[in-house]
Design a protein around this ligand. Structure first.
Ligand SMILES: Cc1cc2nc3c(=O)[nH]c(=O)nc-3n(C[C@H](O)[C@H](O)[C@H](O)COP(=O)(O)OP(=O)(O)OC[C@H]3O[C@@H](n4cnc5c(N)ncnc54)[C@H](O)[C@@H]3O)c2cc1C
Length: 491
């Protein structure tokens, strides 16, 4: 009997764990190396003083993708955690007040109609198109490895591509359909998750509006980390071996083929490697000049999704003026986008997001207290200083306090922050990016950094800087596709 192929995974974020599970399920011997003390990557958890903070993702969108993932291995998400649908899905704090986005299409259409008579018809048609894009996009387009254009050369797909609005910017379609500023923000905000301005994001990504309004905003009781715990559990069941506090320092090769990795000055031999850490780090630090898949020049020309300044606060009282998810869009949307994407400086008057999971889940904060996560998007590569952070923190806290109508700062009993420089030290993140590479037209599908190294046999990539892009569902899919390539090549 042949001995099983040995595959190494670098990084135990969602993409690395998805790849590990798939490979182990197909009988490979899988070893995962993680530089940090825990799995989860950008989705790790931090426990302090009775609070449980999710360090990264807080929006559980596209529950069908996670369910299908577990179903593939004979499991269900319900074997691991309880999912609840949030209603309202979230609150938009705007200049004139607040808008609570209700769960479900009909309820949202009613809110549209009330704010702008006639706009519910637009929303209805827009969401029908968005559903088509989601169904075609998520079940087919994004699941192709996108290594070459010929993957997309079939008539059915070409026809679908025409309907997918690959060229029209999403903002154009939304602005044509509705005049009300808050409704425009409502329809444009989901693509901010993909890392580029709505004016530069193809309307294909209105599939995110289907995810938002039709599929809904969900929450795993216990916190988003439950998802990572579930994947870890499944990976262990499949026999994946994990090494934590184990940063990979080099990928070894002989001629044009990978032979293994170096961890703690020790070389480990493998038949293939999936690098599911930040792609630029792998190219520049683990491979180095001459062997890197892309040059430094190539990387400097990529458009990155934003970095972030995040505050994790334990507040010693309940706050009435917040829901679970709160989008503070009470400042100039375009101005902040320009500061992130065009100017690269610290924003004067930022848009930001406040998550209070303790509104839904009593287990993430002590009784009578609130768990707050405040995220301010910043330009990637920004010059990060304590003074700039603290100025922005005070501005943002002042805005939250005046909007919710009560003081918060004197009641903070736990505070931790994470800024662009911390993204670099925690995850080897390129320019401190939080969400990888922006999903612009010029960085979609085959135009994304490739999942397979073209010149080095046995080296594959996965994660949010590769295809299909940022976010938990795409990163998970990326790990699955990459594992599929390894399986095809090694068997
Ligand atoms: C603040 C924030 C909020 C977000 N919110 C959402 C949300 O609400 N919903 C959503 O769907 N998505 C959200 N995202 C995006 C989502 O979290 C990411 O797209 C996804 O988790 C990326 O997974 P990944 O596997 O590509 O990378 P990562 O999670 O970064 O995993 C890469 C791993 O590689 C490890 N590593 C790096 N270098 C080495 C090395 N040399 N050796 C060994 N290990 C190494 C890192 O430590 C890390 O654990 C958010 C992201 C952030 C940062």
């Amino acid at each position: 009997m042949k001995s099983p192929k040995r595959v190494a995974i670098i990084g135990t974020g969602i993409s690395g764990m998805a790849a590990a599970i798939e490979l182990a399920d197909k009988g490979m011997r899988v070893t995962a190396f993680e530089k940090n003390a825990s799995y989860g990557g950008r989705g790790r958890q931090h426990l302090a003083q009775g609070y449980a903070f999710d360090l990264g993702p807080s929006w559980y969108w596209m529950p069908d993708i996670f369910e299908a993932f577990f179903n593939r291995y004979g499991k269900s998400t319900s074997d691991y955690f309880e999912l609840v649908r949030l209603d309202p899905s979230y609150r938009i704090v705007h200049r004139q007040g607040v808008l609570d986005a209700p769960a479900g299409r009909e309820a949202c259409e009613a809110v549209f109609e009330q704010r702008e008579p006639g706009s519910s018809q637009f929303l209805h048609a827009f969401l029908d198109e968005a559903r088509y894009k989601y169904e075609t996009g998520m079940s087919d387009f994004v699941r192709r490895p996108s290594l070459r254009w010929s993957e997309f050369f079939d008539l059915r797909l070409l026809k679908a591509a025409l309907r997918l609005d690959m060229l029209t910017p999403l903002e154009k379609i939304v602005y044509r359909g509705v005049r009300d500023e808050v409704l425009r923000q409502w329809l444009c905000f989901p693509v901010l998750f993909l890392g580029a301005k709505p004016s530069r994001t193809p309307a294909l990504y209105s599939l995110m509006n289907h995810a938002d309004i039709d599929l809904g905003t969900w929450y795993p009781m216990g916190g988003m980390f439950r998802l990572f715990e579930a994947m870890y559990q499944l990976a262990l069941e499949k026999g994946v071996e994990f090494h934590f506090n184990a940063p990979v320092s080099a990928i070894k090769s002989q001629g044009p083929a990978v032979t293994g990795l170096v961890v703690d000055d020790r070389e480990h031999l493998f038949d293939a490697v999936i690098a599911a850490a930040d792609y630029h780090h792998v190219d520049s630090q683990l491979l180095g000049a001459g062997r890197a898949h892309y040059t430094e020049r190539y990387w400097q020309q990529r458009e990155l999704a934003p970095s972030s300044l995040i505050y994790y606060l334990g507040v010693g009282k309940k706050l009435d003026g917040l829901l679970h998810h709160n989008l503070f869009f009470d400042a100039d949307f375009d101005r902040h986008a320009t500061s992130i994407y065009d100017e690269g400086g610290w924003p004067e008057d930022p848009l930001f997001y406040v998550c209070a999971p303790s509104k839904t889940d009593p287990s993430v904060a002590p009784a009578g207290k609130e768990n707050l996560f405040i995220l301010i998007p910043l330009a990637p590569g920004i010059h990060d200083t304590p003074e700039a952070r603290s100025q922005l923190y005070n501005k943002v806290m002042h805005r939250i306090e005046s909007r919710v109508g009560e003081s918060i700062r004197p009641h903070i009993e736990y505070k931790m922050e994470m800024g662009p420089d911390d993204f670099v030290s925690a995850y080897n993140s390129f320019k401190g990016n939080a969400y990888g590479l922006a999903n612009t037209l010029r960085q979609t599908a085959v135009l994304k950094p490739s999942l397979r190294h073209r010149r080095m046999k046995g080296l594959y990539y996965a994660g949010q800087l590769s295809h299909p892009g940022p976010g938990l569902p795409p990163s998970l899919i990326s790990g699955q596709i990459s594992a599929g390539l390894v399986i095809d090549d090694l068997q």
